[in-house]
Every structure is written in C-alpha cells, then in structure tokens.
Design a protein around this ligand. Structure first.
Ligand code: AKG
Length: 269
C-alpha cells in the first residue's frame, strides 16, 4: 500500500473530492512547458506516418498512437505520477492497471467526437463502483477552438445519457496540465477549428480484475518488461489481482520475468 506524504495526501484528497463532485479534475502545471514540449516532440516523431482514424469515433482527421509503453519511455514517469496514482487508488481501490493508453492528436478540421463513457466497453449493470478512470495529459494548450475534451460535468452521477441541451464544459488547460476523469463521465474529443493539431495522451486505467482495453502483454514482451520500473510492469499486467487472478503456469507473472527473484507478495495490481 502506498504511503502518501502529507502534502500529497491533501492534493489527492482535493482531486478525489473534485472527481466525486464533477466527475473530472484538472491540475495545471504538473509538467513544465519545456517538458511538455519535449514529450510532444517525441510523440509527434512516433506519430509521423501514422494515418488518420478508421471511423468517426477514432476521428478521420485524428492520429492515434497505441502500444505507447512498447514505443517510448517518455511517458513512464507520467503513468507513475504519485498524485495520479494516489487519486486512482482512492477511486478504483488498490488494485488497478493500465487499460487503453493512447496518444491522441486531433488534426485541423476534425469534427466533434460523439459523447461517450469510457466504462461502457464493459457490460456491467449499474450502479457499480468506479471501474475505469482516465488521465488526459496535455502537450499543447487545450482550447475550445483546437479540440479540448468536452464533457458534461456531473454526468457520472446519472445512468441515462445527458439530454442534448446539457451544458457542455470544455477542458481548457495549458500544456503540461493533466485532467483526471471518471469512466462514468460523458465526454468526447472536441472539434478542431484551428490550423494546428492538438496533442494529448489519455492514459486510461481500470480495475485489475477486468480485461484491459489493450493487450499490453503482447505489446510489451517479457524482454522489454524486464527493463521497466517494477510498478510500471505491474500496471501493464505482469501482476495478479489477489489472490491469484492472472497467474502463469500457477505462478505470479513476476516469476516468469525474474525466475531467480523471491516470490513477490501479492502487491497492489
Ligand atoms: O481526445 C480527447 O479529448 C478525448 C478522446 C476520447 O474521449 C476518446 O477517444 O475516447
């Protein structure tokens, strides 16, 4: 179980209170503008040659980068950010994992994405505890004009879709900010009416007894996983949900990665 330093504890409590109230919470200045720019340059290098989306949901003028943790190391500290992980533990419980981390570059001329809830990929009756939470990192300034995520504040509390005239909030935030939002919140990418693209990475997490959206274990193979921070490889699924969901040949997956290491305790997934 992670122990939080008092300052961090207060920040986590603030984020969790905002998630509970509105379904989302924006934190500005988590990365410096310089760091956001450096990461953005690397992501755009990886996006070079990636075609636009294959359907309206992906966005025909939006480029998406999947299998992020197989392709770059610049996002590792973000996936492991203590404030983010602290808030996720409060929302999802101690056992969560990466689900569908995706780079999303909304290009000029892109239309609004349909409003949706990220948790709707799971056929679980409501009400249920929070199963999914998403973390959108901004590498450009997010504005209404360039496709800032739009959302219906408070819609995580209702079972039905929001009415067409529900007031829309736009997640405007400077590069280097992060927005956490619940999987039960209605939201979607915004339309981009500028001549510049809008780059963000949605690092999505879910309860670790669910199947993650992306099959990370086929993207980040054991040889690569061995080189990663232990907590990151746990989050990628080299782990069990206690007592033993996810074993390999009857053993904790960590034993496959490091056969000589002592059997790890059943740690937070
Ligand atoms: O890019 C965004 O702002 C949100 C995209 C989104 O919600 C999605 O693709 O599921």
């Amino acid at each position: 179980m992670t122990t939080l330093v008092p300052d961090l504890e207060h920040q986590v409590a603030d984020v969790v209170a905002r998630l509970d109230e509105a379904g989302y919470a924006i934190i500005e200045g988590v990365l410096t503008r310089d760091d956001a720019r450096t990461i953005g340059v690397e992501l755009r290098r990886l996006l070079d040659g990636v075609p636009g989306g294959r359907n309206p949901f992906e966005g025909y003028r939006t480029r998406r980068l999947y299998a992020l943790f197989a392709k770059t190391r610049v996002l590792d500290p973000l996936a492991l950010d203590p404030l983010v992980l602290g808030a996720l533990a409060a929302v999802l419980g101690p056992h969560f994992q990466l689900s569908g981390p995706t780079g999303i570059e909304i290009g000029p001329g892109e239309a609004e994405q349909i409003l949706h809830r990220d948790e709707d990929i799971y056929p679980v009756p409501r009400p249920h505890p929070q199963l999914v939470a998403n973390v959108m990192w901004a590498f450009d300034d997010f504005t209404v004009a360039n496709g800032a995520t739009r959302l219906v504040a408070g819609s995580h509390r209702t079972v039905d879709a929001p009415p067409p005239d529900a007031p829309m909030t736009f997640a405007e935030m400077p590069a280097g900010s992060v927005m956490l939002y619940l999987g039960s919140l209605w939201h979607g990418g915004g339309a981009n009416r500028t001549d510049q693209s809008r780059l963000g990475v949605a690092i999505e997490y879910c309860a670790s007894w669910l199947r993650p959206q992306e099959t990370h274990l086929l993207a980040v193979l054991p040889d690569q996983a061995r080189t990663l921070a232990p907590r990151l490889r746990e989050l990628l699924g080299y782990n069990v949900y206690p007592p033993f969901l996810g074993y390999v040949d009857g053993r904790h997956p960590e034993r496959i990665l490091e056969p000589d290491a002592p059997q790890p305790p059943h740690r937070s997934a």
